[in-house]
Design a protein around this ligand. Structure first.
Ligand code: GDP
Length: 601
């Protein structure tokens, strides 16, 4: 904006909105960022963009050149857009600020042909949770069959140059995306139909490859920021800086440094800063503020330029002593007009905000950043997986020790998100019962763990099923007594359930069950079998009774169930057993409960 029209003064200015790009893998996040940077550079002159640490600033002038008539510089007083260079919701959730997301606005990239995918949903969940406004870039429109590419054109012009069939195909895909958004609880429409961007999500059809639609995306981003975020962008640039650690990095000549996105105030050389660390807040003094050297000079010995001061919004590398334990995702604050204690308290309370609810029994969670730890904790809460301990950092021997204290086998588990395993922890893992699951995608990690649990439960049920006595009702057939006793051999029909050899046989007399003997053989068409399903007729041998005394032709008999087994079957396995067996179980329980209503409960 022209400086006279802007309300900004030396200390009070509008800062650049911070933009993050999210979406499913391969849907075109990187390509989109590259295209924006690339065409900014080719459109503009020197200074068309500024490369920050971890981010790229595109000034309003350049945005306007790229967007053509869609962005008139005189309509805006925000200075431009700051794009976070590392796309993906991993970095997005790392980039948290007090109470929410660090990015002011997000672009969710969706491949028009591939539609919604797991990470699209995950991105939307994160945006919903953090209350971040976003636009949907319906990407790869150039892959629509019959598409006639219009490089760099605004979407309306490009759309009008398509055949009816190509336009029809694209429309279909776009409406599918709009429908999917609505399924997720977002009222959405093509961006030119959206009246109120606070209530509705705008969908921008574009191609990161050909650039068509990118002018529209920039216009929506600028418009949205100018209209709804101007107040949040008003900052005191000479105030003490506030930012978030994006990454902790060893840098030759500087030791441990932190890459920081500054969203408020400024940082100067020699400022005292407080940084969130693994073992609490770190108080140190800025030794150097480093900006990347322009591309042309990057092959020289020095990759960074020192600067004296940086103002929000900016990405900056800070070199200072004692930063080894700094945590990615942690807050960083400049101590300037307040006491050190107050600032330490601020950082401490902000770190506490991210602390995860833990239980006495549960799994151990490790993640590479505070933000991803928080995201993991949320995903696990949703999956109802309790957490014993959650920390930022690689898997260490201590984690194995902690995990092995879990009582349940299914909690003797470490879930590692985007972390490494320290070599001595690997040895510990080998000799302990603890299982490690690792992944770089949260939903996959949770899924892997859930599969493990399911499998364990299935295996357990199978062993329980093997050991448990199963219900069966059967009937002695008329004229099928082959031997009176020692053992009694009779023909029976199995009415419901499965009759198994070596089980006890019971009969009801009035309200009372009586054991009549034990099954010692089953023959089906002359062959010995160990069990027989409902609906079949077999001859069986029963040790104990005599036909005509304890048992008679036509008697209804049951497999005798121990009370404990009946209880497990009813309460835990009733979904697992066949319908006819369930019928036998219910019949058996009902008979018992007529005498004792609490039997098997
Ligand atoms: P990311 O994983 O979301 O960062 O996806 P990439 O930016 O790496 O893109 C994945 C693949 O899709 C690459 O091969 C890109 O060249 C391709 N791609 C991305 N955007 C477009 C587009 O608009 N049109 C076409 N045809 N291909 C694209």
């Amino acid at each position: 904006a022209d400086a006279d029209a802007s309300p900004a003064t030396e200390s009070n200015a509008l800062r650049t909105p911070i933009v993050a790009v999210l979406g499913h893998v391969d849907h075109g996040k990187t390509t989109l960022l590259d295209k924006i940077r690339g065409s900014a550079v080719s459109e503009g002159e020197a200074g068309a963009i500024t490369q920050h640490i971890g981010a790229t600033a595109v000034p309003l002038e350049t945005v306007s050149q790229m967007a053509g008539s869609l962005v008139k510089p005189e309509d805006f007083d925000l200075p431009g857009l700051l794009f976070i260079d590392t796309p993906g919701h991993h970095s997005f959730s790392t980039l948290r600020s007090r109470g929410g997301a660090l990015a002011d606005i997000a672009i969710v990239v969706v491949d028009v042909n591939d539609g919604f995918q797991p990470q699209t949903l995950e991105a939307l969940d994160i945006l919903k949770r953090t209350g971040t406004p976003f636009v949907v870039a319906a990407n790869k429109i150039d892959t629509t069959p019959g598409w006639n590419p219009q490089d760099g054109s605004p979407i309306q012009g490009s759309y009008d140059s398509q055949s009816d069939s190509a336009r029809g195909r694209l429309d279909e895909n776009l409406y599918e995306i709009i429908g999917n958004l609505s399924d997720e609880g977002f009222s959405a429409d093509l961006y030119w139909r959206v009246q109120n961007f606070q209530k509705n999500v705008g969908v921008v059809p574009l191609s990161a490859m050909t650039g068509e639609g990118i002018p529209d995306l920039l216009a929506v981003l600028m418009g949205l920021s100018q209209r709804y975020m101007k107040e949040e962008m008003e900052i005191d640039v000479s105030g003490p800086g506030a930012g978030t650690v994006l990454e902790v990095k060893e840098e030759r000549g500087f030791g441990a440094t932190v890459d920081v996105v500054l969203y408020d105030g400024s940082v100067r050389e020699d400022d005292v800063i407080v940084v969130g660390g693994v073992n609490g807040p770190i108080v140190t003094e800025v030794r150097a503020l480093l900006q990347p050297r322009p591309n042309a000079e990057i092959r020289t010995e020095k990759r960074f330029d020192k600067v004296e001061e940086v103002r929000a919004a900016a990405g900056i590398k800070i070199a200072a002593p004692d930063l080894d334990d700094a945590m990615a995702g942690a807050p960083i604050r400049v101590v300037r007009d307040r006491s050190e204690e107050e600032v330490i308290e601020d950082v401490t309370s902000e770190l506490a905000e991210i602390e995860v609810d833990t239980a006495d029994e549960g799994v151990v969670v490790k993640a590479d950043t505070l933000g991803s730890l928080e995201a993991m904790a949320n995903a696990l809460k949703e999956a109802e997986v309790p957490i014993l301990r959650a920390e930022v950092g690689d898997v260490a021997p201590r984690d194995v020790a902690v995990a092995s204290t879990a009582r349940e086998m299914e909690n003797k588990v470490i879930l590692g998100f985007s972390v490494d395993v320290l070599p001595n922890a690997e040895d510990e893992l080998e000799t302990s019962e603890v299982r490690l699951f690792r992944d770089d995608v949260i939903y996959q990690l949770v899924e892997e763990y859930e599969e493990f649990i399911d499998e364990r439960q299935r295996a357990q049920q199978e062993t329980v099923m093997d050991k448990i006595i199963r219900p069966c009702r059967f009937r002695i057939l008329e004229d099928h007594v082959f031997r009176q006793s020692g053992p009694a051999v009779v023909g029976v029909e199995v009415m419901s359930g499965t009759l198994k050899n070596n089980t006890n046989v019971a009969k009801w007399e009035g309200n009372k069950p009586t054991r009549v003997g034990q099954l010692s053989g089953i023959q089906e068409q002359g062959e010995d079998v160990s069990e027989v399903r409902a609906g079949n007729r077999v001859s069986i041998a029963i040790d104990g009774p005599t036909v005509g005394r304890q048992i008679e032709e036509g008697d209804e008999l049951w497999t005798e169930l121990p009370e404990k087994h009946a209880k497990i079957l009813e309460q835990e396995l009733s979904d697992e057993i066949p319908a006819d067996e369930l019928e036998a179980l219910t019949g058996y329980l009902n008979k018992h409960r007529r005498r004792d209503p609490f039997w098997g409960k």
